[in-house]
Ligand binder design. Structure first.
Ligand code: AHR
Length: 492
């Protein structure tokens, strides 16, 4: 049976446009994310840039990826940046104990910056608190951001780069409460102050990201922020990092109940993010707003196991990604970035590779569709609220939406999470559109079966399709298929 959804555009209280910084990715040397994924084998004939596969770079560029975070993740606390500079042939091979593999260090600071510059994205480095030092972190800022004339800046010039890289985002540690050192908040806070002070001495314009906790243990963030922000000359961070991992499905052939449970977990995660934002607000002082840096997120499925975290990507992941983008956009400027973790061949992969073959996952296409919202002023859709019941008493939204108004177009995104019901959508765009007939386009991402994947080397099963629509008297109607995402774009 088909449901009906009659809705109209309404103003909402979101204090910032749909941010490009929600289109970030996190890369880490896990499994084949970097080596065997992003980086070509040394003797490969694939077109490349500084050892990176150009087909991957071009696919990421289409998504308007705005921030790339490196080197971890957990690996950060074993990573020494000086191993990854200079002659590639001379770089030491390091044991990546976190993910149980060798790191040949062929993808280092210069290659990473080349990637960011190719994409037009901001680099985001995470410093090593576990086995590194304040001096190592301070020197990295000097290497990246100072003009020639000092020890580390001159080293950069010697390695082929005259102008500073101008790296803006610097995180002080990764998950310090967890595998980043199992630190008590008080201990981390004092370490943070020390790192932050000396890193900022190198470049006062960098933005610092403190490590925070998404949902436990209780009170960790507040205790750390209390010390960081309330003591003498607080080095207030511009961002607090949280890793929004949503508990996923236990197996690839998940049941409807397991599928809906993930969407319910996402709703709980959304509430948790609002709490994280409240904590940030409470400690935003002395003119610095602390914003939430959701620099890792994914639905973490049961099949994603150490050490490689490889995870098949189905329509469920596309739906989670599209909703996460909608939800974080609605949080306005309280969220400074959102990074898909890990963007290639692990967890929330946007791209997968197998040898020379590559595929774009359903989540990739969700990002592609949602990128049409970037920069637009955010509106809401008012509809009769329809909820999916899960079990006896739990509910998740049936259809979620976002509307943006741009100089030349209006964009509406809709995500139908139902596994069984298509929806007859009727939208009135009223104040956003002048009267008369307008031309529009609907782009749909649909899958015959919600479990469908796009596998490298096989024809892609889940790909967007596009059709023209006419909007008369500010109204339009179409069928939104079960477990699908769609975007309506109307030129104004
Ligand atoms: O992305 C995999 C791991 O998950 C990261 O290394 C860590 O930060 C997180 O817990």
């Amino acid at each position: 049976m088909k449901k009906e959804m009659k809705c109209k555009v309404i103003p909402v209280n979101v204090n910032a446009p749909f941010s490009k910084n929600l289109f970030g990715i996190f890369l880490e040397s896990i499994g084949t994310c970097i080596y065997g994924g992003l980086m070509v084998d040394p003797d490969s004939e694939l077109p490349q840039l500084c050892g990176m596969r150009l087909d991957i770079l071009d696919a990421l560029k289409k998504l308007k990826i705005s921030i790339v975070r490196l080197p971890g993740g957990d690996y950060t606390d074993n990573y020494h940046w000086q191993d990854g500079i200079g002659d590639v042939e001379q770089r030491p091979v390091h044991w990546n104990g976190n993910w149980k593999q060798q790191d040949p260090n062929r993808f280092g600071t210069h290659e990473f910056i080349a990637l960011c510059e190719y994409l037009g994205a901001e680099p985001h480095f995470v410093t090593n608190l576990g086995t590194g030092s304040v001096e190592e972190a301070r020197a990295w800022v000097e290497y990246c951001n100072l003009p020639a004339g000092t020890k580390y800046a001159d080293m950069r010039v010697k390695n082929g780069r005259k102008d500073p890289f101008g790296v803006k985002y610097w995180a002080v540690g990764n998950e310090p409460f967890n595998r980043g050192g199992l630190m008590q908040p008080e201990y981390y806070a004092y370490l943070y102050r020390n790192y932050a002070y000396f890193m900022r001495l190198m470049d006062p314009n960098i933005e610092l990201v403190m490590g925070g906790v998404f949902n436990e243990p209780e009170g960790w963030n507040e205790k750390a922020l209390e010390i960081i922000c309330n003591e003498w000359r607080p080095p207030v961070p511009e961002h607090m990092s949280v890793h929004a991992y949503i508990h996923g499905v236990p197996k690839t052939d998940y049941t409807p109940e397991e599928y809906y449970q993930v969407l319910l977990n996402l709703e709980n995660g959304r509430r948790q993010l609002y709490q994280n934002v409240e904590t940030c607000k409470k400690y935003s002082k002395n003119g610095t707003q602390i914003r939430l840096s959701i620099d890792e997120y994914a639905a973490w499925h049961g099949v994603a196991r150490d050490p490689h975290l490889f995870t098949p990507m189905s329509m469920l992941d596309a739906i989670v990604a599209a909703r996460m983008l909608q939800y974080t956009a609605m949080m306005g400027d309280a969220v400074s970035m959102l990074c898909a973790s890990v963007g290639i061949n692990a967890l929330l992969s946007l791209i997968m590779t197998k040898g020379d073959a590559m595929s774009l996952t359903p989540a990739y296409y969700a990002y592609l569709l949602m990128s049409e919202h970037i920069g637009g002023e955010i509106y809401g859709l008012e509809a009769e609220e329809e909820l999916l019941k899960i079990g006896n008493d739990k509910e998740v939204p049936f259809v979620t939406s976002c509307v943006t108004k741009h100089e030349d177009k209006v964009v509406v995104s809709l995500v139908n999470a139902s596994l069984s019901e298509d929806v007859d959508v009727m939208i009135t765009l009223e104040e956003l559109l002048g009267k008369g007939r307008k031309k529009g386009q609907i782009t749909r991402l649909e899958a015959e079966d919600v479990h469908d994947e796009n596998k490298p080397g096989e024809p892609e099963k889940v790909i967007p399709s596009r059709e023209e629509v006419v909007i008369s008297d500010q109204k339009t109607a179409w069928v939104l298929k079960k477990h699908s995402i769609c975007i309506l774009e109307v030129k104004i």
